[in-house]
Ligand binder design. Structure first.
Ligand SMILES: NC(=O)CC[C@H](N)C(=O)O
Length: 224
């Protein structure tokens, strides 16, 4: 599987993401700077976490207007897989590639801890390697992770199965509506999520729960 990770000014999880992808897929991703106007021919494009443009204006808002985002939009429309983690999720909502918005955490503080996620839709490449309803561990680190969508949008994404992950076991760290931690586009090839699966892929990190997502993307395993 060929992948590319886009770095923006202020990204800080791009290396973690590249290491996780190489570890799980056996192939090093390409690194793309945000000023590029085209993308290499890849199966997966990743917008990593961080503090692009210092989170000025709104987290992800300025990066969402980067030159490379037109190429990301084009890739998504062609069915290429696009994954946005944390700041990347914020960029995808700001770019209109995913519904809803990420607001300031309900507790108004930065949260850096481990949460439990439940996989509630396993029809996408990102979620197919999980079992239905699987609860898994994943770290979060953000101050704007409070997912919100208006009532109409919420009813639509819930009805269409676009909610990929929910915070489970009372671990919602930010007040997200319906405990939503990850959202798919209608076609299922774009996923945004606040937690960081790339930070739980080898025993040295305290667990390997995050590997399942990358295995699904790479088509390595598919749960029954
Ligand atoms: N780890 C991250 O990507 C953080 C995203 C963003 N800067 C926030 O704090 O909400």
């Amino acid at each position: 599987m060929k992948s590319a990770v886009i770095t923006f000014p202020g990204s800080n999880r791009e290396r973690d993401m590249m290491k996780a992808l190489e570890l799980v897929t056996g192939k090093a991703p390409l690194s793309v700077w945000h000023t590029e106007t085209s993308l290499p021919d890849v199966d997966l494009v990743v917008l990593p976490g961080g503090f692009s443009y210092g989170d000025y204006l709104r987290a992800g808002a300025i990066a969402a207007r980067s030159p490379v985002m037109d190429a990301v939009r084009d890739a998504a429309s062609r069915g290429v897989l696009v994954l946005g983690v944390c700041n990347g999720f914020q960029m995808l909502t700001e770019a209109g590639l995913l519904p809803g918005a990420l607001m300031r955490n309900a507790g108004l503080t930065f949260v850096c801890r481990e949460v439990k996620l439940q996989t509630v839709n396993r029809t996408s490449a990102f979620t197919r390697a999980f079992t239905q309803g699987q609860v898994w561990r994943c770290p979060v680190a953000h101050h704007d992770g409070n997912y919100f969508a208006d009532a109409e949008t919420l009813a639509r994404i819930e009805g269409e199965g676009q909610v990929a992950f929910r915070y489970a076991d009372g671990t919602n760290p930010n007040g997200s509506v319906n405990h939503i931690a990850g959202v798919l586009n209608a076609r299922g090839n774009v996923l945004g999520m606040m937690p960081h699966p790339e930070n739980l892929v080898e025993p040295l990190q305290g667990g390997i729960d995050g590997r399942t997502l990358f295995e699904g993307v790479a088509g390595l395993t598919e749960a029954a």
